[in-house]
Design a protein around this ligand. Structure first.
Ligand code: NI
Length: 201
């Protein structure tokens, strides 16, 4: 069972025939990424009961769209699909490093240690703001073949997983920003309406 990103990546390498797309920007992304203010970003996603070829196709198209937009993570609700599926690739420069595909992810443990880190989101382009989150997590999920797995993550991967999992619950990173002045300024400068920010319970 993979215990780290490196182990997960190695095990994904073995099954890369399952989800393997070129890490390149296409002229036209296969899927449209919805932007801040769009209601679809606020709806919760359902668990995936069967991991089949249509789900893997969706994951591939999400990856192609993510690579085209030069992002490191994308959640299904961002492309208007309310299923618990997300894709992550923090190594866009290395073609051989496989992406991470997480289905029905659940955080089963979080570090007490918190970390502040600047986040961005393909649904809120141009906006980068500090967010505080646990620095490490333990996760259960299904992989792209439907196999149940567990993994530990820290650093950028942990950050990215938590950000993308928020999308599955209709939560956006700007909802978690504590510096209200920064938030208001950054959203305004990038043409987004501050009224679309929601409180996180
Ligand atoms: Ni995002």
């Amino acid at each position: 069972m993979p215990r780290s990103f490196a182990q997960l990546a190695r095990s994904a390498e073995k099954t890369k025939a399952a989800i393997h797309v070129a890490k390149e920007a296409l002229d036209v992304a296969p899927l449209e990424i919805h932007k801040f203010g769009d209601r679809v970003l606020r709806q919760s996603s359902r668990r995936i009961s069967k991991v089949d070829e249509p789900i893997r196709d969706l994951a591939r198209d999400m990856l192609r769209s993510m690579y085209t937009a030069k992002g490191i993570g994308l959640a299904a609700p961002q492309v208007g699909v309310h299923k618990q599926l997300l894709v992550i690739d923090i190594d866009l420069e290395t073609a051989s490093t496989p992406p991470i595909v997480l289905i029905n992810p659940e955080i089963i443990g979080s570090s007490a240690t918190l970390e502040t880190y600047e986040e961005g989101c393909l649904s809120i382009p141009g906006v980068y703001l500090n967010v505080v989150r646990p620095s490490a997590i333990r996760l259960s999920f299904r992989d792209e073949m439907g196999r149940p797995r567990k993994m530990n993550a820290d650093g950028l991967v942990a950050r990215c997983i938590q950000h993308e999992m928020d999308h599955l619950n209709g939560v956006l990173f700007v909802d978690r920003v504590t510096d209200q002045e920064d938030l208001t300024r950054e959203l305004r400068e990038n043409g987004f309406n501050r009224d679309f920010v929601q409180g996180v319970s």
